[in-house]
Design a protein around this ligand. Structure first.
Ligand code: HEM
Length: 329
């Protein structure tokens, strides 16, 4: 049910753009107003969530990392896993963000002949890495629509990505990798029973939406041959805040851009915010220096003390009357 609902949602989004542009000719709405609104929601929503996370107090150095912490000189410290200074934290974060280091430790649990067996499972790590890197390269390549002149670095990236020289227009390797990785990530959720059991619409929908974005982009490039010059005119008019509508760009482009806008609006209120959240994760951004530096809980309030001597001063007469022993007569 949850899978079908998510798929239906993506299909309805695509159909909305198709009806809006192909039948109702609402090019301004789908080419200008919706993308602008989506970007505003994305930026505003992203900032609000990061600021809210940033405001949540972390009064103690509560590192819950694995790996040997700095200890006696003859015990080898795991400097990447359990750093004691900021440079170590930066290095751990760089490796986490670029290589998904902690996901590499992913394990699977199986029951084999009535025994619980643990094993490492790297396919999820590999699939996620391929998906994220392909998407990053695709987004960097897309900068050619938003920058004039197009920087040499982007042109170089395009040539590298299409170096296999297959077909006209040239096939981008990242297009194949993106679709393959997303398909794997989706099938993994549908086909592995225990993962399916814990999967929600919030898990299926983003994967299917990204597949929809990739499919519409790929159709636009390889099948319908979108008028790239007209697209560039539109995107340059958008980034220079002098928007002009275009009627020569095919509907498939509007479907693509509408799905991207939907993703942008959905992003800040979804689990996709892990892109920003990773930097605020205490297990990744705290140095384990609690044995080197003294941490004092800033919430500790002054406790009013009432010493025994003061107590005795207050109740001496009463205590004497009932014969209780006194320290001071
Ligand atoms: C999450 C964001 C986006 C993703 C994942 C994405 C993905 C893709 C993919 C996989 C393709 C296939 C060809 C290629 O790789 O270049 C494509 C093509 C295309 N995309 Fe996107 N896209 C995104 C955002 C955008 C935006 C914001 C625009 C606005 C200009 C856009 C415009 C296009 C166009 C015009 C093509 C056809 C390119 C060509 O014919 O060479 N895309 N997109």
């Amino acid at each position: 049910m949850k899978v079908w609902f998510s798929l239906l949602a993506v299909i309805i989004l695509a159909l909305t753009a198709w009806v809006g542009v192909e039948i109702l000719h609402l090019n301004t709405l789908f080419g200008i107003i919706i993308p602008y609104t989506a970007i505003a929601v994305f930026i505003g929503g992203f900032i609000i969530r990061v600021v809210r996370w940033g405001k949540s107090p972390v009064p103690f150095c509560i590192t819950t990392t694995c790996g040997q912490q700095q200890s006696l000189p003859w015990i080898k410290q795991n400097k990447i896993e359990n750093p004691t200074n900021t440079w170590g934290v930066i290095w751990r974060m760089v490796l986490e963000v670029t290589l998904f280091r902690s996901l590499f430790r992913n394990t699977k649990t199986e029951k084999i002949e009535d025994k619980l067996v643990f094993g490492s499972a790297q396919w999820l790590w590999f699939g996620s890495l391929v998906f994220h890197w392909s998407m990053l390269i695709i987004l960097l390549r897309h900068l050619r629509f938003f920058l004039n002149p197009v920087p040499g670095l982007i042109i170089g990236l395009e040539s590298l990505d299409s170096f296999l020289q297959i077909g006209v227009p040239l096939l981008y390797i990242t297009d194949v990798l993106l679709v393959a990785a997303l398909t794997y990530l989706f099938l993994r959720r549908v086909m592995i029973p225990n993962i399916k059991y814990i999967s929600q619409i919030a898990d299926y929908f983003p994967v299917l939406l990204l597949l929809g974005i990739a499919a519409s982009g790929i159709l636009g490039r390889y099948v319908y041959g979108v008028d790239v010059a007209a697209v560039k005119e539109l995107t340059m008019s958008l980034v220079s805040f002098k928007p002009t509508t275009s009627t020569t760009i095919g509907t498939i482009f509007y479907i693509h851009i509408f799905l991207v806008s939907s993703l942008a609006v959905y992003f800040p209120c979804s689990k996709l915010m892990h892109a920003g959240g990773i930097f605020l994760s205490p297990t990744r951004n705290l140095a384990n220096n609690s044995r080197i530096e003294r941490y004092i809980n800033p919430w500790n309030y002054e406790v009013e003390k009432h010493h025994y001597s003061e107590y005795e001063d207050e109740f001496r007469d009463k205590m004497r009357k009932v014969g209780l022993p006194l320290e001071k007569e």
